[in-house]
Design a protein around this ligand. Sequence first.
Ligand SMILES: Cc1cc2nc3c(=O)[nH]c(=O)nc-3n(C[C@H](O)[C@H](O)[C@H](O)COP(=O)(O)OP(=O)(O)OC[C@H]3O[C@@H](n4cnc5c(N)ncnc54)[C@H](O)[C@@H]3O)c2cc1C
Length: 405
Amino acid sequence: MTPLRGEHEAEVAVVGGGPVGLTAAIALATAGVPTALIAPAPKQADNRTTALLGGSVNALEAIGAWAGCRAQAAPLRTMRIVDDTDRLWRAPEVRFDAAEIGLEAFGWNVENRHLIEALGKRAAEMPGLLRIEDQARAVEIADADVTTRLAGGGALTVRLLVAADGSRSLCRTAAGIDTQSQNYPQTAVTFNLGHQRPHRDISTEFHTAHGPFTVVPLPGLRASLVWVVAPDKAGLIEKTEMLALEQEIERRSHSILGKIRLEPGGGVFPLRVETARRFAARRVALVGEAGHVMPPIGAQGLNLGLRDAATIAELVVAARRRGDDVGGGEVIDAYDQRRRADVTSRTVAVDLLNRTLLSDFLPTQSMRGLGLYLLDRIGPLRRAMMREGMASGAGQPRLMRGEAL
Ligand SMILES: Cc1cc2nc3c(=O)[nH]c(=O)nc-3n(C[C@H](O)[C@H](O)[C@H](O)COP(=O)(O)OP(=O)(O)OC[C@H]3O[C@@H](n4cnc5c(N)ncnc54)[C@H](O)[C@@H]3O)c2cc1C
């Protein structure tokens, strides 16, 4: 192979220091791949929380980051879906218990700021990981390498660029990858809250005619709320006085958690789906929201992003062991192919679930009711659904199975 040009020496550069970029960079460095992470220091705390499902915790454990946020995460042992639509065809309540499929918990809910802090600490411990606290300004792709020009001056040339620079990815544009996107007539309003009664590790999703109202446990007497509403309602919520809002949330959650106390720093996220037409091209692999944005329904977005990170790291390590180019066509095509089915099936499932909630069409509502009824009554179907939602099993990348690269 020709020697690398540029001021820094690395084979792979990861652009973006969100949870997915940090995970990809640590995974690569842990496996001995000379890696650079191009990421400015985080500006504001991310108040969102993430339900880490299935193999995500295994992957974080395998790269040595889970211990740093385990104490701030709450187990999700039971998930309830409650039809709160007032419609003619209302579905029965469905309960999924992790113990039914032999698990301690479906996953763990953690605030993104704790997750990012734990990943940041782990990244700082890795001698093989070059940290460049700067923004990528431009990306130039050649046949044998890819150069990232930095906002603060200087450049880095590597074999493969891992684009973890979020939904408005500069790297994706540079690689000429187009996206298809769609806006939903809904907005997610998020809060973290304190409450009076214990949540008993139960996550509850109330399905309303505008979308889900989901309360997910955090450690102690705390929980996170993702409340999907019509966009004009989101504007009203933002203007509502604190006490009235706490009372409305208590009413909508049917007082299952008793009195509610809102914590400062909620978020407002217009719902949309955006998917890249390819997940890799021309020495650039897209991970996380650079490749796919999903509505926060069914806790899939970041879990998919962590699977992206684990997959690209695995392919790069395998290519190096063979003595192949880590950014060559084989890695690029294999990555695109391996991520396509997973991302597409999750996007379709989340979209379908959301549409059946929004639909006023009676047959659609009755189909949804029937589906949930069958899930409630038929044990094997329910267990298969739980395993599917967790994306566990043999087809997963090694890190998600808790194995080293
Ligand atoms: C309300 C809500 C709730 C959610 N809940 C869940 C959940 O329960 N479970 C789940 O799995 N997912 C959930 N998601 C989705 C999840 O939050 C996202 O998938 C995840 O945050 C995406 O991480 P990322 O690292 O890909 O992108 P980001 O977090 O957007 O990180 C991108 C990073 O790239 C940096 N960057 C951008 N441009 C450049 C550049 N030119 N140079 C250098 N750096 C750059 C940015 O500064 C940023 O730090 C939720 C989303 C929302 C909106």
